[in-house]
Design a protein around this ligand. Structure first.
Ligand code: NAP
Length: 492
């Protein structure tokens, strides 16, 4: 199968924070891969902007080092890299000062798409938006891209939205949630809405419950001080996991159009019930002394990693979430995410109800059907179905997976899945907002999150300890056990 690459229109993309970590690790490599694939026209330009005193040559050198580090070796053709680097320019600008803006205005070309990537701290969004307008750089068709974290509560998200809305229309604002750029996440919509098979059973009558797991093996490590101000609820649940939940729970949009899709997601968020304390389990990973650690090395605990013995921030959270609408009445969504867990797994499991009548008598291996959507590792889907165990000796049943690994089903194309950033940046240039969060969606997600966080802060709850590389705190197991269910295994 040959992948179709449709080139986007020529563009000038300014990356504010062009020398930062995100630009080096994701934005520049993503653009390079799209350039290599022939999707980024040769006459497009990428303009790095930051305070550092660099010129074009210095920025290209920095970019070359970043590409060498973060792009797979087999994709680093020297000739393509040379042509790509020629598309790069640099302007030294302080978002809060006046220097450099006239130079930037002089660089922008008429008649091409203009996009401004705010890859800087959110506290600078207002300064950037204001100056882009004051210097006549932003046009009515220009786009701005902003990154997470989009606020740390409802009030700060509203304030950020207001700062952007003062200078840009909602149709110009692209709020990135890179989970939405993942191939499997989009495939979830294709599977639901392009097949007759699933939609009739996609409701509380047939779905027993849904599990969404995002497990990481790494601790908070070097970003401890940032993470400790956030925690798993703000860092993962309010944004990424909420988006996954929305795509599973939403009604079919009337068409695949940005606002039609986002309207349906918003309705789901508004239908989320408040979560009572007994449906929340927070955890913090413990440390391990040298003699007991992996390879004989000591494992620091969460509080050691963040350098605050009193920290009550969670590195793990599990929640039972209810969507209060007709479709999902009585079907809980169990969410869990954490650091230093047994395996690195992101998956959604739709666990169906058991068949209503046991035609084959008591059968120990009888299992409910489960549709699993794997985000990592090995993006793909899997539907477990019951069949007869082969051979004579009566009607014994066993479950087998109908496995659709993209790599197996689609060959080379299945393994060559674009990184979320590649896709999302190209969508910005195309002017397609479907995979970006709308301002009201973000605010609704915070309106649901705020009381949950406030609740445990007011109660003074302490997170439960859990062993590194385990499945999380014991209490999280109970969250499902008491409902007669169990978490899916987190594989190493
Ligand atoms: P970073 O490594 O600290 O880089 C910040 C960038 O902003 C640098 O290029 C810095 O260059 C520039 N900058 C700082 N103050 C400035 C000013 N007053 N005027 C103009 N430029 C200024 O941060 P990052 O990790 O790239 O993150 C950027 C944004 O993306 C943050 O909002 C972060 O939360 C978000 N994000 C990052 C990641 C990630 O993986 N890194 C993931 C998701 C979201 P100078 O100091 O030279 O000005």
């Amino acid at each position: 199968m040959v992948s179709r690459v449709i080139p986007v229109d020529p563009f000038d993309l300014v990356i504010f924070g062009g020398t930062g970590d995100l630009a080096k690790r994701k934005i520049l490599p993503g653009l390079f891969i799209r350039f290599r694939a022939g999707q980024m026209p040769e006459d497009s330009r990428i303009i790095g902007a930051a305070r550092a005193d660099l010129d074009d040559a210095g920025f290209r050198k920095m970019a070359q080092a970043a590409l060498t580090e973060f792009v797979a070796r087999d994709k680093l053709d020297a000739e393509v890299m040379g042509r790509f680097l020629q598309r790069l320019h640099y302007v030294s600008i302080d978002a809060t000062g006046e220097g450099g803006w006239t130079e930037l205005a002089g660089l922008m070309r008429p008649g091409v798409v203009r996009a401004f990537y705010f890859s800087v701290a959110p506290s600078l969004f207002g300064d950037l938006a204001e100056r882009l307008h004051a210097h006549g750089i932003a046009e009515p068709q220009s786009r701005i891209v902003v990154e997470k974290p989009f606020g740390r509560d409802l009030a700060s998200a509203e304030a950020l939205n207001a700062v952007l809305a003062a200078h840009f229309d909602e149709r110009q604002i692209y709020r990135i949630d890179h989970y939405l750029g993942k191939e499997t996440v989009q495939n979830l919509m294709a599977v639901r809405f392009a097949n007759i098979l699933f939609e009739p059973v996609w409701n509380a009558q047939y779905v027993d419950h849904v599990q969404i797991t995002v497990a990481e093996t790494v601790g908070v490590g070097g970003r401890g001080s940032y993470y400790d101000k956030s925690g798993a609820m703000r860092d993962m649940v309010q944004n990424h996991m909420m988006q996954l939940l929305c795509l599973i729970a939403m009604e079919p949009p009337y068409k695949f159009d940005p606002n039609a899709v986002r309207d349906e997601k918003l309705k789901v968020i508004r239908a989320l019930e408040p979560v009572p304390p007994e449906d929340i389990v927070r955890g913090q990973y413990r440390g391990v002394p040298g003699k007991d650690g992996r390879d004989g090395k000591a494992e620091p605990s969460y509080v050691e990693d963040v350098g605050d013995p009193q920290s009550r921030t969670e590195s793990y959270i599990a929640l039972k979430v209810r969507v209060a609408n007709w479709r999902w009445q009585g079907t809980p969504f169990y969410l869990r995410t954490g650091k230093k867990l047994r395996g690195r797994t992101s998956e959604i499991a739709i666990v169906f109800k058991e068949a209503p009548h046991s035609l084959f008598g008591e059968n120990e291996s009888w299992k409910a059907n489960v549709l699993t959507i794997r985000l990592q590792p090995n993006e793909g889907m899997n539907l477990s179905v019951m069949i007869k165990e082969p051979g004579p000796g009566g009607m014994r049943l066993t479950d087998v997976p109908l496995d659709m690994s993209f790599a197996d089903a689609l060959g080379e194309e299945g393994t060559d899945i674009p990184d979320a950033y590649e896709r999302l940046i190209m969508d910005v240039i195309r002017g397609n907002q479907t995979l970006f969060m709308r301002g009201d969606e973000v605010e609704a997600a915070w309106a649901w999150t705020d009381p949950i966080i406030k609740g445990w802060e007011e109660r003074g709850d302490r997170p439960r300890g859990y062993d590194p590389y385990s499945s999380g705190p014991e209490d999280a197991l109970m969250l499902l056990h008491r409902d007669g269910r169990r978490w899916r295994e987190i594989r190493e």
